[in-house]
Write a protein that binds this ligand. Structure first.
Ligand code: BTN
Length: 267
């Protein structure tokens, strides 16, 4: 079941489902059906929540924030991957606004958000194209808000705002999910507007790097062709991770096929 919903102050058309398969799939379908640029699909539960690399995203009812923002940008397809970094920073900014300085949020390049070395938020960006142009970009965001337990296979590396609140016994209030959504969209709108001016990440590079858990840390880069180690030096204006390898040269890592691992709990 869906209903249209206006959230004061937002230009976004919000489509809300009590339960759905995947909000990313809904957003892609709505894009094909002519939904407007900026449409947001949110759900209280997902039966087929999707993570990156074909993984599942646990989406129990009523506890977390699951939403997908659908955009119909006019820029070239090779710019779209930067939007995941724009969203990652927007989520960190929103969490800081909503929860004060209760937690230290860290971004694991390109777009996982960690607290205490455990994953709090994941982002899955999917693009559909038509004759070489972008038809839609769907940025799906899952933020673990009130979940108290995770399945065995991820219980060591996943966390939620509620788990972290109990761990450090902070008085900070956990935001209502809709308030968190509203804050994320407000920050995203500002960041997206700035991104669209030059189609690069120069405007947010310093803020992104300030939260980057990989910064100046040893990382292992797993590419289809093989793996190597180096020190992460930050990102460039295209959102690629800069990794200095032992011969002193610097590799620019594009997010696509690559996995980056480091020594910070969650890999
Ligand atoms: C990851 O693997 O880290 C990405 C997880 C993305 C999960 C979100 S929840 C809302 C949206 N709908 C989905 O099916 N996936 C994304």
């Amino acid at each position: 079941m869906s209903r249209q919903q206006d959230i004061k102050g937002l230009q976004h058309n919000i489509v809300h489902y009590e339960s759905t398969g995947s909000t990313n799939e809904d957003a892609k379908r709505l894009a094909c059906e002519g939904a407007a640029d900026g449409t947001v699909v949110m759900a209280d539960a997902q039966s087929a929540g999707k993570g990156r690399r074909g993984r599942k995203w646990q989406s129990p009812v009523g506890s977390n924030l699951y939403f997908s923002l659908m955009l119909k940008p006019k820029f070239a397809p090779d710019k779209a991957s930067m939007l995941t970094l724009v969203m990652a920073l927007s989520v960190v900014q929103a969490l800081n606004k909503e929860m004060g300085d209760a937690f230290d949020y860290q971004i694991k390049w390109p777009n996982d958000i960690l607290v205490n070395g455990r994953k709090l938020c994941g982002i899955l960006t999917e693009m559909t194209m038509d004759k070489g142009s972008i038809k839609s970009v769907v940025i799906g965001v899952g933020i673990n808000v009130n979940q108290e337990q995770f399945d065995d296979e991820i219980s060591d590396c996943a966390t939620s705002l509620l788990i972290e609140k109990k761990r450090i016994d902070t008085q900070a209030m956990i935001p209502e999910r809709v308030e968190l959504l509203k804050a994320v969209l407000e920050f995203f709108d500002t960041n997206y507007e700035r991104f669209c001016r030059n189609l690069d990440l120069e405007f947010m590079k310093a803020d992104y790097e300030a939260s980057l858990v990989n910064m100046n840390n040893r990382v292992k880069v797993l590419e289809p062709a093989g793996e190597y180690e180096g020190i992460a030096l930050g990102i460039n204006e295209q959102g690629e991770l800069l990794v200095q390898i032992p011969d002193g040269s610097i590799k620019e890592i594009y997010a696509g096929e690559v996995s980056v691992r480091g020594n910070y709990g969650y890999v």
